[in-house]
Design a protein around this ligand. Structure first.
Ligand code: GLN
Length: 395
């Protein structure tokens, strides 16, 4: 039977595939990005109490008032952004639905969208499902700097949106103020919306700073911010996302959201509201915990002579197989590492557009020598991961 070709031409996401491979071989899963510990127990208590004693019926379509107020206050406290909680915030089922609602609500068939590669795997299928056209600008290791001539060349009068992710998965790149300023200038010159996937906003290491594009001059009315309780509070199973932006765009996003999920579980929303109200020191303590894990994993690898690519945010570290003269693909390497050594990771090549997603003739084969590891894990898992990887590489 003929089905929607956009979805018929793609497989199951790499994260599901790799976690299944990991389970099949009882491997240590440093692939799919989910924390093994570190979530605030106060939030679990609050959600449980709200479930037992609070309202269990449909909450407000755009999100419970408490959470929308908390999102607006959070954005003001951390970034000086001025959003009205009633008109400028929408709560979604994870950032995944938030991104989908924004793409569905803000784009029309034929609109062009500029994106950086590597990219998160949900972007292109959603862009294709609305009939919009991706224009890809590739970033290169080790520093993932932006070629601004290539970026400018990707913009034209049909460009409607730029969709990008900072701190960036899988590279861990945190976009600098200078880079964001130049992106903002292009948005203003071409009157282009910026959909800013900022789910790792609180996972930034010392020496770097997360800056929302929306906070730069002239960008408040062109940028939509996407946040996630999955990342900010290590509660990926809760699937709570929150979007903020100018009222006109958020109205469109709410119109899409009302037909995707309509509402989100109220107990989880009120617990996330509590989390977002906490002071900067509370967030900083969680980031410090993550920084210690980063040090444990990256430092452990370094002691075995295994270098990772430089990164400033997120909870992923990447190794380059070429440093060991390894010629096999990232996918093969991970398959062997999972089956032979019981250690799983994510192939970087999965973060590049497959041929079916690009315009005819625009496909460029992805790098296939990079392997991503998630270090938001227990110390025991990190130590085991170092041992297993070093053993597998003969270090
Ligand atoms: N964002 C997570 C990652 O990059 C996984 C999300 C998912 O499993 N869909 O690993």
């Amino acid at each position: 039977m003929a089905f929607n070709p956009v979805l018929a031409n793609i497989g199951t996401t790499i994260f599901t595939t790799m976690t299944q491979l990991s389970l099949d071989h009882q491997a240590l899963n440093l692939g799919q990005g989910f924390p093994e510990e570190g979530w605030p127990t106060e939030m679990l208590d609050r959600a449980a109490k709200a479930l037992m004693h609070g309202d269990n019926q449909y909450p407000a379509m755009r999100g419970v008032a408490e959470l929308r107020q908390a999102v607006a206050a959070h954005d003001r406290r951390f970034y000086g952004l001025d959003y009205d909680w009633q008109s400028d915030v929408v709560v979604t089922c994870g950032a995944t639905e938030g991104l989908a609602a924004a793409i569905l609500g803000l784009l029309s068939p034929g609109d062009e969208v500029v994106l950086f590669e590597p990219l998160y795997d949900s972007y292109l299928p959603m862009i294709r499902l609305v009939g919009a056209i991706p224009r890809l600008v590739r970033l290169h290791p080790p520093d993932w700097g932006i070629d601004f001539d290539a970026l400018r060349a990707a913009f034209n009068p049909r460009t409607r949106m730029i969709l990008f992710n900072t701190p960036m998965n899988p590279t861990g790149k945190v976009f600098s103020r200078a880079e964001l300023s130049r992106i903002g200038e292009l948005c203003q010159e071409f009157n282009v919306i910026a959909l800013c996937d900022e789910v790792y906003e609180h996972l930034v290491f010392a020496g770097s700073e997360h800056i929302p594009l929306a906070s730069l001059p002239g960008m408040r009315d062109l940028a939509v911010r996407v946040g996630s309780a999955g990342k900010s509070f290590s509660l990926t199973g809760w699937k709570i996302g929150y979007l903020s932006g100018a009222a006109e765009m958020m109205g469109q996003i709410a119109r899409a959201h009302q037909f995707l999920t309509f509402t989100i579980p109220p107990h989880l929303q009120s617990a996330v509201a509590w989390g977002l109200q906490q002071p900067p020191e509370w967030f900083a303590a969680m980031t410090a915990n993550l920084a210690a894990k980063r040090e444990r994993f990256v430092g452990g690898l370094a002691r075995r002579g295994i270098a990772v690519l430089p990164f400033q945010g997120g909870y992923f570290a990447t190794i380059d197989l070429q440093q060991f003269g390894i010629k096999e693909t990232d996918e093969n390497f991970i398959y062997r590492m999972t089956t032979e050594k019981r250690l799983n990771a994510i192939p970087f090549s999965a973060f590049y557009a497959p041929p079916a997603m690009v315009e005819p003739g625009a496909f460029v084969p992805p790098p296939n020598h990079l392997v991503r590891f998630c270090f938001a894990k227990k110390d025991f898992s990190l130590d085991q991961g170092v041992e297993k990887l070093a053993g597998f590489l003969g270090r």
